[in-house]
Ligand binder design. Structure first.
Ligand code: BG6
Length: 472
């Protein structure tokens, strides 16, 4: 017996900067990450994505492995700077050709592409004119999206505009750990507003081009968000209030604009009064309202316990992989994320809590109705053991199996979950944690010319796919 619908997609995921390498190959322009990762002290031991898994040159080998594993879909992102080296203006034909070749290779193996348009690698040339703080970037994104639809719209049916806005805006403009390294909540909210507008503009163009027959008639477009359910650390009223605030700031702020076309009203009022942002221009409200998602992508790794926070002012996270080395994360006066004393944790101090996937999806269903859901990321970051030359990643198998069962529980409870994309297909660059934090089904031997090696989990997932999840 399988709990998964017949059309359920068995995927795996990646992102351009984390796998492609070829950072300046064939006319590609620099992205903010190409520069930022080379600044001293920004990433774990100075790691960067210059070479990554060299997927840019080895994609055929990677797709052959996907086909061998049995994937029916593959989620990847397009590097904006390969298509438009300066973010806008002249198109780079070699970049366009690369994604045609990748997509064709996937289709040849009956693997459906799921294309993410933006997984954090903004063209540096656009950062130079203000990045997401500028409405010119919104225009440039709409044009970039349109080029992608015109080129690849006849081939791909699954599209997502942005990946995890809470992370690239939160870390780019509040904690300052991602580029552009700003720490200013008001600027964060304005940049974030422009991302929502860029999303809406891209959805609008998608539908126009679909109408014109340039995008497949069955194609759909969505937005990928972090799914991080919160629980209050205790039933003290102040902790319950803190949890509601965390829900508002981390979840509703990012889901409401793309699924309801508006911000959570109370929070918006608070933000505009306290911080003076986000500022709206005429037409913004209507644009958001008119361009809701066809589906939502959810990236689930962990849940968080939330408590009232009179004291902690820390936004640094564990990037070492030494369990317990992380400090409490919190915004003083608002809320903090606290450790669950009876919780199970990864070496990066992320709580392993499979039920959170079920709970989170059902919370979305309660708030937004039965919108189609793709689990666009889920996975275990670990330093995998190698025993007698084999990568024996039993912990990953256990993690994924339990989360797949949790996905099945959400489906049994009525949620419309249509696919599962573990993070990640091959090992890849973790933005701040380097190559030591592995997620893949395929090990990349960095001491041996990036040789690909199937891990134990590769074969485990192969069997899950073959049985359509029956043996879980
Ligand atoms: C998500 C991102 O935040 O989680 C991925 O979409 C990222 O790009 C993944 O790699 C895992 O996070 P980390 O920090 O462990 O690499």
């Amino acid at each position: 017996m399988t709990a998964f619908p017949e059309q359920f997609l068995w995927g795996a995921a990646s992102a351009a900067y984390q796998v492609e390498g070829g950072h300046d190959a064939d006319g590609k322009g620099p992205s903010i990450w190409d520069l930022y990762a080379h600044l001293p002290g920004t990433t774990h031991e100075g790691t960067n994505g210059d070479l990554a898994a060299d997927h840019y040159h080895r994609f055929k080998e990677d797709v052959a492995l996907m086909a061998e594993q049995g994937l029916t879909s593959y989620r990847f992102s397009i590097a904006w700077t390969r298509l438009f080296p300066a973010g806008r203006g002249a198109v780079n034909p070699a970049g366009v050709a690369f994604y045609h070749a990748l997509i064709d290779e996937l289709l040849r193996h009956n693997i459906k592409p799921m294309i993410t348009l933006y997984h954090w690698d903004l063209p540096q040339a656009l950062q130079d004119i203000g990045g997401w703080e500028s409405r010119e970037t919104v225009d440039a994104f709409a044009d970039y999206a349109e080029l992608c639809y015109r080129e690849f719209g006849a081939k791909a049916e699954l599209w997502a505009t942005f990946n995890e806005t809470v992370v690239f805006i939160g870390m780019g403009y509040i904690t300052g750990a991602h580029p552009p390294g700003v720490r200013d909540p008001a600027r964060a909210l304005q940049a974030c507003h422009h991302v929502f507008l860029a999303h809406a503009r891209a959805v609008q163009r998608f539908r126009e081009l679909k109408q014109d027959g340039l995008v497949r008639h069955d194609a759909v477009i969505g937005f990928v968000n972090v799914l991080q359910p919160h629980a209050s650390a205790s039933d003290r009223p102040e902790d319950i209030a803190a949890r509601a605030l965390a829900d508002g700031c981390f979840t509703h702020w990012f889901y409401d604009p793309v699924l309801r076309g508006e911000y959570p009203a109370e929070l918006l009022q608070w933000a505009q009064e306290a911080l003076g942002a986000p500022l709206f221009a005429p037409g913004d409200t209507e644009l958001l309202k008119a361009n809701l998602c066809d589906f939502i992508g959810v990236n689930y790794y962990k849940r968080e316990l939330v408590a009232a926070n009179p004291d902690v002012d820390n936004t640094r996270i564990n990037t070492s992989g030494e369990k317990g080395s992380g400090r409490e994360f919190g915004f003083r006066g608002l809320f903090k994320l606290v450790r669950n004393p009876s919780g199970e944790y990864t070496d990066w101090d992320w709580e392993i809590y499979p039920r959170g996937l079920t709970e989170g999806i059902l919370q979305l269903k309660a708030r937004y109705g039965n919108v189609p859901v793709y689990i666009t990321e889920n996975g275990l970051g670990a330093k995998d053991p190698i025993i007698d030359g084999e990568v024996v990643d039993d912990a990953r198998i256990d993690y994924l199996a339990r989360h797949l069962k949790a996905a099945a529980d959400a489906i049994a409870a009525g949620a419309d979950v249509r696919g599962y994309y573990p993070w990640s297909f091959t090992d890849l660059l973790s933005w701040l944690n380097g190559y030591q934090k592995q997620y893949g089904f395929v090990y990349i031997d960095r001491d041996n010319h990036l040789a690909r090696q199937r891990k134990k989990s590769f074969f485990w997932y192969q069997e899950v796919i073959r049985s359509h999840g029956a043996g879980l």
